[in-house]
Design a protein around this ligand. Structure first.
Ligand code: GLC
Length: 549
């Protein structure tokens, strides 16, 4: 295998592209993306100018939460292919100079995992049950759940088991769906199993792990009742509002152990935390020098397209992460949130993960959303640190709002009886070719979620080499980011002349982002990149420009 990878703390400046395997590319035409589909499309990602890919789960799974319910951590689900396909995909990525990060889901397994099945079959108090969080119920006959915790997906976080003789048994904890029982991370056996899982994938050549729910694995002693204040998001909350199942101090020793394991391997393998922790100074604990390498910057993702809050979160990020010598990361979209080409034009309050659908209030105007998304991306890619791109955002894809109810698969939709639409709208298979069945997603018209019929203009082949297209803007921004070494630069704020405009200098590039609703005067200079058409010496509303300093 040839490899052109450089080892210079690559992760401090990397642009990492998230592949959602179900929806990226389908080689066998069954309507579900797969590993060989990914392998064959990797050259197009290399052409985009990214450094690494992160794959959402492709492991053996009953797919009750799109693969975040893992039934075998060391095998590939037949839906996506085989371990050989994984190896073939990874070698191709490495040949192209792309690193491969896989998703690790340690907070919970699938209820179909043999460990959970063994726990159900074993008696209360057994070692098998101690690997998960089983408790007796409250009430006279144990008919009430052990505490009042609610699932992130809606409904209660406990499900009662049935004993082999048919009588009601103990309850088990699931912060997510009832098919996703939480592990007991106080149990040494669980820790050892995950050490082996890390080694299994490291030995296969992966360059790192994105760690799912990295703030959730340890729960407060005694599992105390807790009622969420309005201010707390379903996945986190700040110190004052923190749930006894998020961001407990005990998680950090787990990551120190994992870091030791990774340090034993050549080639700068990394850990990236999905930790919804507020404030950023607290999130920075996940990336102390002996813990993880990166943490997703969700406070940045959650900031509206408004200049002053953006400036504040950029400053807070750089300061909090620098304090622990970690790079800041930047992210605007992923498989759990409304795509930023729609989210940035929402007019109603719409918390992450809850999704939008035909009956939602304040639906976005598509043109406004796309204009803002391009401007927001151009700002993001000018910032120092590592940036994440979610598949399809380089095409300007919007959230799919009008999915038929019977096509939806997100457990959030079912667990809230359709009250929350959930995340299917950002997970629709992406378009590659304007004039092919399933827009080139696969060789047939099959697509596990229906694609909108008007997606031809978003297809990659409609945009490749086309001046002004979103794809062209992403390619240019990534090339300039590299050429001007913006990822390793430092920013200096400049006087923007208006509260609604951000102005900064990074290296020899000046960046102006107009978040207001009217045009402002643009200083003279060579335009390197513009997120939309510019006026004569004018920066229109919702537009970002890079000028040569
Ligand atoms: C993370 C994943 C999300 C999943 C959840 C439970 O937040 O990103 O997709 O549903 O964890 O594993």
């Amino acid at each position: 295998m040839t490899s052109v990878l450089q080892h210079t703390e690559w992760w401090r400046s990397a642009v990492i592209y998230q592949i959602y395997p179900r929806s990226f590319a389908d080689a066998n035409g069954d309507g579900m993306g797969d590993l060989l589909g990914i392998r064959d499309r990797l050259p197009e990602l290399a052409e985009l100018g990214i450094d690494a890919v992160w794959l959402s789960p492709f492991y053996t799974s009953p797919q009750k939460d799109a693969g975040y319910d893992v039934a075998d951590y060391c095998d590939v689900d037949p839906l996506f292919g085989t371990l050989d396909d994984f190896d073939s995909m990874t070698s191709r990525a490495h040949e192209l100079g792309l690193r491969v990060i896989v998703d690790l889901v340690p907070n919970h397994s699938s209820s179909e995992h043999v460990w959970f099945q063994a726990a159900l079959a074993a008696a209360p108090g057994s070692p098998e049950r101690d690997r998960y969080v089983f408790r007796d119920g409250l009430g006279e006959n144990g008919e009430l759940p052990p505490n009042n915790w609610e699932s992130v997906f809606g409904g209660r976080a406990w499900t009662r088991t049935t004993n082999p003789d048919g009588t009601p048994g103990q309850w088990y904890l699931h912060l997510f769906d009832s098919t996703q029982p939480d592990f007991n991370w106080q149990n040494r056996w669980v820790r050892d199993q995950f050490g082996d899982i890390l080694r299994f994938w490291l030995d296969r050549g992966v360059d790192g792990f994105r760690v799912d729910v990295a703030h959730g694995m340890v729960k407060a002693d005694g599992l105390p009742d807790w009622t969420a204040p309005d201010a707390a998001g379903s996945m986190g909350g700040s110190d004052a509002t923190r749930a006894p199942f998020w961001a407990q101090d005990g998680v950090h020793e787990i990551y120190r152990e994992w870091r030791e394991i990774l340090n034993g391997y050549e080639g700068e393998r990394i850990l990236a935390a999905e930790a919804w922790v507020d404030p950023l100074t607290d999130m920075a604990k996940w990336v102390r020098p002996d813990e993880m390498h990166q943490a997703f910057n969700f406070p940045y993702l959650e900031t509206p397209w408004t200049a002053q809050p953006l400036r504040a979160v950029i400053d807070a990020s750089i300061s909090a992460f620098s304090e622990v010598e970690a790079p800041s990361t930047w992210v605007l979209s992923n498989h759990d949130v409304v795509r930023h080409a729609s989210r940035l034009a929402l007019t109603a309050e719409n918390p992450q993960g809850h999704g939008i659908g035909p009956k939602s209030a304040g639906l976005p105007i598509p043109e406004l959303g796309l204009r803002r998304a391009r401007a927001a991306t151009a700002l993001m890619l000018s910032l120092p640190g590592s940036a994440y791109i979610y598949q399809g955002e380089e095409l300007g894809l919007p959230e799919v709002i009008d999915l038929p109810d019977d096509a939806r698969e997100d457990p959030t939709w079912f667990r809230t009886n359709g009250e929350r639409y959930g995340r299917d709208g950002c997970r629709v298979p992406i378009p590659w070719e304007a004039n092919s069945p399933s827009f080139g997603f696969g060789p047939t018209a099959a697509s596990w979620l229906p694609q909108p019929s008007d997606w031809a203009p978003f297809a990659r082949d409609s945009q490749r080499g086309v001046e002004g297209s979103t794809l062209t803007m992403y390619r240019l921004a990534l090339a300039l980011r590299r050429a001007h070494e913006l990822a390793t630069g430092t920013i200096e704020w400049l006087d923007a002349g208006a509260d609604t405009v951000l102005a900064l200098r990074n290296s020899d590039v000046l960046v102006y982002a107009n978040t207001g609703d009217s045009a402002v005067t643009l200083p003279a200079g060579d335009v390197l990149l513009a997120s939309g058409p510019l006026g004569d010496n004018e920066l229109p509303a919702d537009t970002t420009v890079w000028l040569r300093a």
